[in-house]
Design a protein around this ligand. Structure first.
Ligand code: ZN
Length: 119
């Protein structure tokens, strides 16, 4: 089987405006997470956590265009899953994603993604 390529993506910011009040907030810390994408790619995303003094809230610099919040798969990969589900069983979509894209996904996770995106 094809090897998974790790693609590093830096989404950290030194300062970012609070989405709620617009105050400029400094970086508090950095975090990393992995997101599986199409074509045997695994994105390692580094993002920053910011703290708003005014709202007393933490928020992140994550690129939600690349992937939805907290998701383990890229937006493109999720669209592909939904597309592949047309006329197929969940099990066969899981096998297809593994074979064609190197994405490991369980039937229940796949079901959640399809359900969420159908809403
Ligand atoms: Zn704020």
């Amino acid at each position: 089987m094809q090897k998974i390529e790790i693609v590093k993506h830096n989404a950290t910011k030194r300062q970012i405006a609070c989405k709620k009040c617009g105050s400029i907030c400094n970086r508090h810390s950095k975090r990393k997470r992995k997101v599986a994408g199409l074509n045997f790619k695994m994105y390692e995303i580094t993002f920053s956590i910011h703290y708003c003094l005014k709202c007393n809230k933490y928020f992140s610099s994550e690129n939600v265009l690349l992937t939805g919040k907290g998701n383990r798969f890229t937006e493109a990969a999720q669209s592909k899953m939904v597309e592949a589900y047309e006329g197929r069983s969940l099990e066969s979509v899981c096998i297809k994603m593994m074979k064609e894209h190197g994405i490991k996904i369980s039937v229940s996770t796949l079901y959640d993604i399809i359900k969420r995106r159908a809403e």
